[in-house]
Design a protein around this ligand. Structure first.
Ligand code: 13P
Ligand code: SF4
Length: 428
């Protein structure tokens, strides 16, 4: 099976057999770290989130030493393996499902963001947690891990463009307007007017905001349970940053679309009138994932025409009409389990990040598994965790140097932990 990285470099050559959303993807991520510094306008680099603007507060990755840029895939593999062997139980490597295969093969835990948050709790003995994922995941691991454990993000420029669509200032402004409108008094059933719910894909500051205001965190694998938790305590929910996860989850619970107004952060009352907000159940922040926005109904229709009986499963970050046209929707782990559980050879058309889809196809050769999007377009920020960076941080640990540590300030971590622990305790 060809890895996504190899497929990209093949297709970037003239006459290559497949197409990518950007031939620039064949370059090393360090080319863009340098490019951003020169241009002065940070963006997320080539790939599905390339058009998204990175806030100026986004950490910049310093230049990777040349030896790691020049090393072949095989050399990096050997160096990572050797460093991990030397470090033994002192280090634990986490890998999100969307990481490239060259990284995933070195991970001690591979999973979705909920599983990896739990996994961080299981290794209090490790001195360092190397998080091969994106910035908000490393922050979450830091919040949940012991104070003396170092959480390391191999490339500091691995952010999440969706997480950056809601910032603490805009959320605080929205909250002040909602409190003015609704007041803070509970109704006769003891439910407060509004509770904030943040998707795991958000900064630690927003998780802290939820902790402070009676709110909670959710992931794509527990969003329904978390919304039920919130509705038991509040008349309505302010859900950020992903409008699609919020809408798809609430719709599946029977909330009518008219009761899910969108909050546009730069407009008074988020662009709504007071009556609409009064009547709302879920106020959806205007955020989205550029990777999942690529999926559309025409792709599903084409898959059904070409493969009668195909099972179409999409991630809840996809737009509502895509989720409606699919057979099922669920988190990355839901998708993995659905394919693993199929007893008869089945054709699966999947709407999520291509690294995971291709890996599932290789793991379950009895099935046909393909990505609904015919273009190879990985999440460009996940893709920044190149094996060169992983080798660099691990060899740093061998030499006694902690590189790229992610540390959430204690005041934020305390309240963010409250919101995360509410999530970990919430049960269906
Ligand atoms: P999961 O919560 O399914 O791991 O998804 C995280 C993510 O970033 C999806 O785009
Ligand atoms: Fe963020 Fe989308 Fe990438 Fe997930 S796939 S990390 S939501 S940009």
């Amino acid at each position: 099976m060809t890895s996504v990285a190899t497929a990209i470099s093949l297709s970037a050559r003239p006459g290559g057999a497949t197409s990518t959303c950007s031939p620039d993807l064949a370059k090393g991520p360090w080319e863009f770290d340098a490019g951003e510094a020169l241009r002065g306008a940070p963006a997320y680099g080539p790939g599905a989130s390339s058009g998204d603007h990175a806030p100026s507060s986004t950490p910049r990755q310093g230049q990777l030493p040349q030896e790691y840029k020049d090393a072949t895939e095989a050399e990096l593999h050997e160096r990572i393996t050797a460093a991990k062997e030397k470090l033994g139980n002192r280090v634990v490597v986490m890998g999100h499902f969307y990481q490239r295969d060259e990284v995933v093969q070195h991970a001690d835990f591979v999973g979705d963001s909920f599983q990896l948050a739990n996994a961080a709790l299981t290794r209090p003995d490790a001195e360092a947690i190397v998080f091969c994922g994106v910035h908000f995941m490393a922050e979450t691991a830091d919040i949940l891990s012991r104070e003396d454990q170092a959480v390391i993000l191999p490339n500091l420029a691995a952010g999440c463009s969706m997480a950056d669509m809601a910032d603490i200032d805009s959320v605080e402004q929205a909250w002040a307007q909602l409190e003015d409108l609704f007041g803070t008094e509970p109704d006769a059933d003891g439910r407060v007017p509004v509770i904030p719910v943040t998707y795991m894909n958000s900064s630690a500051a927003l998780k802290g905001f939820c902790g402070e205001h009676g709110g909670i965190v959710c992931t794509s694998s527990n969003a329904g349970t978390v919304l039920e938790w919130a509705f038991e305590r509040a008349q309505r929910v302010l859900f950020f940053p992903d409008q699609h996860l919020g809408r798809n989850t609430a719709k599946a619970m029977g909330v009518p679309l008219e009761q899910m107004p969108m909050w546009s952060p730069r407009k008074p009352l988020g662009g709504n009138d007071a009556a609409t907000l009064q009547d709302s159940r879920v106020i959806l922040w205007h955020g989205f994932c550029s990777v999942h926005k690529r999926f559309n109904v025409a792709q599903i229709e084409k898959a059904r025409a070409e493969y009668p009986g195909v099972r179409v499963i999409v991630h809840p970050e996809c737009p509502m009409e895509v989720v409606d046209a699919a057979d099922e929707f669920g988190s990355t782990d839901y998708i993995r389990k659905a394919i693993a559980a199929a007893t008869e050879p089945t054709v699966f058309a999947i709407g999520t990040e291509v690294n995971l889809v291709n890996r599932l196809g290789a793991q379950y050769p009895q099935h046909t598994v393909f990505c609904l999007d015919p273009v190879i377009c990985p999440c460009s920020t996940m893709y920044r965790i190149h094996p060169g960076y992983l080798a660099w941080v691990l060899e740093g640990l061998v030499e006694g140097e902690v590189r790229n540590r992610i540390e959430v300030p204690p005041a934020v971590a305390t309240t963010a932990r409250v919101a995360l622990e509410r999530m970990l305790a919430a049960r269906p």
